[in-house]
Ligand binder design. Structure first.
Ligand SMILES: [Fe+2]
Length: 266
């Protein structure tokens, strides 16, 4: 039996201008460093991803950045699941990424798991919300699942204990968890938005957030503050028995390697 192997990148914040600088870094350059580090890691370990998941803020308020995203991800040879964040234009994202290997909504069944993709973006707003249509899609995806399920979204559904960030999380998390709690198939949640690492358990469901491929936010800060940590990405191995293995990799932008932390939970 083989697991579902996923690579997770999030909060790319690309602009049409390849040399754009945001929060002190060049998002295209740091994305390329993250992709190169992931490819090197896969080569050296023989670990091959079955799909890539990108949980929003693909661009930074500039739909011209979707072209760069397509260039970087189209030829990687695996499905690329991509959902919008608060800095995306959801319609422009789904329009620009309407062809394979990109998947921008619904769910995907692969290697004994179902991956559910939700859109929590609200036009003109930093905070997230799941409208009735998305809640209905979630309900249907869970009701028809015969395998363990990973649910992906942009906004955090639990407090990060950072005052400014917790004002712009998912505002109807109680409704969201109400649906999840009615279905035992959900084994993991995966999000972006918070530009920092998070790993916890809620009622046996793994809760995971991954830092950005560009600049990070300082954890537990009441006010907006940049964390000087480097870009990062995550690997996930999802087994048919519902167990989740994951490694978080910090990309060393000086090119001297990466550090990673591994953890697992059933
Ligand atoms: Fe972001």
């Amino acid at each position: 039996m083989t697991p579902l192997r996923l690579l997770h990148f999030t909060d790319l914040h690309l602009c049409a201008d390849e040399g754009a600088v945001l929060r002190g870094v060049q998002p295209l350059a740091t994305l390329r460093q993250s992709l190169a580090q992931a490819a090197a890691q896969c080569r050296s370990s023989g670990w091959r991803p079955d799909a890539i998941v990108v949980t929003g803020d693909v661009v930074h308020d500039d739909p011209g950045g979707y072209q760069l995203f397509r260039q970087e991800f189209a030829a990687l040879g695996v499905p690329v699941c991509c959902i919008p964040g608060n800095h995306d234009d959801a319609a422009a994202l789904s329009g620009a990424l309407s062809q394979p290997p990109f998947i921008t909504g619904g769910h995907l069944d692969l290697n004994g798991w179902r991956v559910v993709l939700l859109d929590t973006s609200v036009a003109g707003q930093d905070g997230g919300h799941l409208p009735p249509g998305q809640l209905q899609q979630l309900e249907q995806s869970l009701a028809t699942a015969t395998t363990p399920v990973l649910v992906c979204l942009h906004h955090h559904p639990v407090p990060m204990h950072s005052q400014w960030l917790d004002h712009i999380g998912l505002d109807n998390a109680a409704q969201f968890f109400g649906i999840l709690d009615a279905h035992r198939s959900v084994r993991a949640l995966l999000w972006g938005h918070v530009h920092q690492s998070y790993d916890a358990l809620r009622r046996g469901v793994r809760l995971l957030a991954t830092p950005s491929t560009c600049a990070q936010f300082l954890p537990h800060s009441d006010d907006f503050a940049i964390d000087p940590r480097p870009p990062a990405f995550r690997t996930l191995e999802l087994w048919a028995d519902g167990s989740v293995l994951t490694d978080l990799y910090w990309v060393d932008s000086c090119g001297t390697g990466s550090s990673h932390s591994a953890s697992s939970a059933a």
